[in-house]
Design a protein around this ligand. Structure first.
Ligand SMILES: Nc1ncnc2c1ncn2[C@@H]1O[C@H](COP(=O)(O)OP(=O)(O)OP(=O)(O)O)[C@@H](O)[C@H]1O
Length: 260
């Protein structure tokens, strides 16, 4: 862990309710720049909700979240939080890449159009410039030459690799992954995890919700165990995931669907 690096994510006391149901009950999360944090927890523990709060796709009911030192979704004025305008939220959100379980690509657009859409619309890049970046990103995810394919012509693993490239196309400071391999056939999981490993090795700050224990053990700097909307354990994977002296953690993991 590099605790001297600045905090890319700083969440304090995050509360999220759906109606009367509390889903996050005061979550704290620190992610230093360049680190990978894996969030692990049973179904319904609030993992997806936490990720969606980090880019303000969900509004939080209490607490605060800063991304790269600035509040996400709000500005502070005279000690109170005021929600930003939609356009300002969109600009802040563009600093954060997000990859979901599936359905990440626009199905009616070619791979190339999927990759250039956001850089042109959000970053104001020229088409030629965005296409150059797209070619670099395709090489990075091992799919050079597939510019004119439509998503349906690609395997699920290839689509997820393009989805990662698309999220990277706006040069985010932070990447959020919500179980990016869980909708894939087992033989396609490895190719997506390989791209994520490369990304982590390149120094990208990542928060990854995953059931892939070997990925978490090998790649995460920090593992966060979430249970019923609360962080029950957090620390390096060598301690949190494999220390046999932690019966509480062992019991917790036995309730998580573990892929490998
Ligand atoms: N938009 C919503 N409206 C109402 N309840 C919701 C909404 N989104 C999530 N929930 C509820 O919040 C709880 C946490 O959901 P969440 O998807 O964050 O869990 P999770 O840990 O990601 O689960 P899984 O591993 O199954 O994806 C669940 O009980 C879910 O039904």
């Amino acid at each position: 862990m590099n605790e001297t690096a600045p905090l890319m994510v700083r969440a304090r006391g995050v509360v999220k309710n759906f109606g009367a149901v509390p889903v996050l009950r005061g979550v704290d999360l620190d992610v230093h720049a360049g680190e990978v944090t894996c969030v692990i927890g049973p179904s319904g523990s609030g993992k997806s909700t936490l990720l969606r709060c980090l880019n303000h796709l969900e509004k939080i009911d209490a607490g605060e979240i800063e991304i790269d030192g600035r509040l996400i979704g709000y500005r502070r004025h005279r000690g109170r939080l005021h929600e930003l305008k939609e356009s300002a939220i969109a600009r802040r959100r563009a600093e954060i890449g997000m990859v979901f379980q599936g359905f990440n690509l626009f199905p009616h657009m070619t791979v190339l159009d999927n990759l250039v859409e956001a850089p042109i619309a959000v970053r104001g890049r020229s088409r030629a410039d965005a296409e150059r970046t797209a070619a670099e990103l395709l090489a990075r995810v091992g799919l050079t030459g597939r510019e004119q394919a439509y998503p349906r012509q690609l395997s699920g693993g290839q689509q997820q690799r393009i989805a990662i490239a698309r999220a990277l196309a706006v040069e985010p400071k932070l990447m959020l992954f919500d179980e990016p391999t869980s909708a894939l056939d087992p033989e396609l999981v490895g190719e997506v995890l390989a791209v994520m490993r490369d990304l982590a090795a390149s120094g990208m700050t990542m928060v990854v919700v995953t059931h892939e224990m070997s990925f978490a053990k090998q790649v995460a700097d920090t593992v966060v165990l979430l249970d019923d909307g609360e962080v029950v354990e957090s620390g390096p994977p060598q301690r949190v995931l494999v220390d046999p002296e932690q019966p509480r953690t062992r019991a917790f993991l036995s309730r998580v669907q573990v892929d490998r």
